[in-house]
Design a protein. Sequence first.
Lengths: 540, 318
Amino acid sequence: MKKFLSLALALAMLLTSVSALAEGIGGLPDKWWEAADLQPSETFYVEGGMTVTAMGVHFNQYPTEFDGCYYFPSIEKLTGMHFDIDWRTDSDYGTQVATTLANGIENLPDMIHPGGGYSQSVLANEGAIIALDDYLDLIPNIVEAVGEDRMSNWRAADGHIYTIPTIVNVPGSQTMAIRKDWLDALGMDMPTTWEEWKAYWYAVRDNDMNGNGDKSDEIPLVLEMGATGERCLHQLLNAFGIKASNDAQFCVLDDGTYTLVYEHPRYREFLTEVQQLYADGIIDPEFVTRYLAEVYPTMSGNLAGSEFIWAEQQAVHTETLNASGDEDALYLSCAPITGPYGDQWIQMRQGLTPNWCITVKAEQEGKVENILKFWNWQFSEEGRRLYNYGLEGYTYDIVDGVEVLRYDVVKNGFNDYRTLGMEYEPFGGDWQNNAFMQCVFSGKTVDDLTIPRKSFYDGLNENGVNAGHYYAMPPTLETDAYVEYHGELMTGGNGVCTLRDQCIAGQLTVDEFFAKYEALKDRGLQDVIDEGNEAYQLIK
Amino acid sequence: MNTAATRKESVLNSARVRRRVCNRIWRNRYIYLMVIPVLIYMLLLKYLPMYYLRAAFYDYKLLKGFEGSKYVGFKWFERLLSSPDLWQYIRNTLTLNLLSLAIVFPAPLVFAILLNEVRSNGYKKVVQTVSYMPHFVSTVVLVSMINNICSPSIGVLAKIWKFMGLTPVNWLAVPDYFYGINIVSGLWQCIGWNAVIYISAIAGIDQSLYEAARMDGANRWKQILHVTIPGIMPTFILLLIMQIGQLMNCVFDKIWLLQNTLNMQVSEMLPTYVYRLGMVSQKYGQATAGGLLNSVISVTLVLIANFVSRKVSETSLF
């Protein structure tokens, strides 16, 4: 009997292993795409093929190897274009670009991703990339996808277009999140006015909300410092009616003037109020050092009362807290903070991101036309389907004329979808709302979603809690003066961002901040303002 | 005749010298072989880059090189020297380094002397090993440890403060604590390692001097004062001169990682400023000018220290 049981067990294990090997991610076998019958595209195909070299930043869980997913082999079969991409990490990417540039034009790749301080303006200034203005007739699909409204975001400050963009047609993906269970425990309703928000924050500060016996460890408003310490305050700026750029440095005044946020008539009031909130222990004491990765532990550690965060994260951390025994814990997406004057805004997701620049080397080798034609194909119906949905019959099906991702692909949200190589964002394309939402729903309907997952949906859905509050961010225009002075006068040791943080922390008075700011204007910041406005009026 | 004989003799002499030098090199060929990597390192990474100091006079573009970059003369030096920030950054650099020179630099000397007085060899070895282990902790790890200790929300210090009924302090956001944190962490990390050189110097002191001192009735304190300290003073002075040459530098990665906007008034130093100009803002010309300025000041400081030391103690580098 024992022998029989052992044999049965061994057989069961063997069968499980074999089936696990046979069916990989998304229920698909290894190298599943090789079986697909892909014929050369009728709209674009390079006879004899062409290899394009590139250097870019890789992120998320997409495969890095050319043959590691369906995407690049399929592109090659469909268009004849072979991409040889040298993927780099985001960390210290600027130094890596510098090293590449220092090796001379002959060692440049055909396409390069701007980043790490080497923005498109800096690369253009170096003479490393070409302007695409004269080639727009080769990329009508991209021009159409960008649209008139986003044209100013596509153009650089000098009015030229230098990049192949990535487009994300999703209204937003970040949201304010609040502890609903803490609100309930305090007997409060969801805050809708500035005074109500403050009442909630002060109550969180004064009570032992997480019940650990320590009344002082709750952080009423957790703030992320942002990539360069510049944008951690945009949600509060928005509450004061200052519709700031992505880096929280620029805004457009009511009269249409593009300027630094510090010039906004409400900035003094904003600074005074935020300084008080910091002094009162409402604002995160570590707001200048808290990277996004350090925001998460405050959420899962039962410390955060409210925060501005990726919509998915409030669901993830609710689930974490629930799993750890705090079954009542619940973060909910909520409408943006309402300011003292009733302003309630949230930045619309930057729908257009500069992605690839074409180098002078590609121009010297006569590759520009085919590269651009390829990207035009990438933004065509055929290219969009490949990018968003993979291969028909394997990862999606057409149901009533609409692409429907298979359940196994989206059952784990974005995870398997991206691991399979779909929406390969480091490479870029046009990510469509339909594909995005299918991942959010993980093959379910709204009614099937759990409360945290429903809240995730509410945080980013165009009809959700943020509906009617989105605003299109003004661009950060990298004029000559911006490139010249940004490092010193804006983010440097005595730059305006540093002074702003010191003022919030009470190291400077508001008057001292403005006095120092005026001095910085005399040293070159005024040129940043003037050139920025001039460029904005030119490109808008 | 005499002249011809002298010339011949001179030629013979120089041939003999050459042969002797060659023989000596051959005899010590393995030692010379060991020097080659160091020479290559110095040439490649210390001397060759000096060619690029020219960038200080150009609006230097990496891709275009010197040929394609615009010559701007002393523009970057003028901008640096006229910037009100520069003097603040120099002051910050000097303040931290002078504090370090006063506290961190002599600490290994004291530690070595104390260790030398420990009679139990086993205990001495344990202390020595434990004390120089932190040297092998990477700066990134060290800074993570500092962050974890100093964090007002999750830090150990915050917990102690709360236990004592005090409000936790965001130590890294208060400029007044920045130098203290640096000094204490610097002491922890380098006291044991830097003491090794003094321990070996103490070991080299002639033991008969101690015996003579004991015969003259010197107690242990007096032996330290009159034998040990004078015995290691030349080593101390050589290290001091070299340390003075580092007054305008800093442990770059540690300062860079500990910096935040709330301590920037004291934490932005000349090397971090130069890095920010060059590697963050891609202003290579201005950054090179800043680096060159820093080097000139450092060399001047070394020369002054060397001169003073030669006059005062007859010990000097050159």
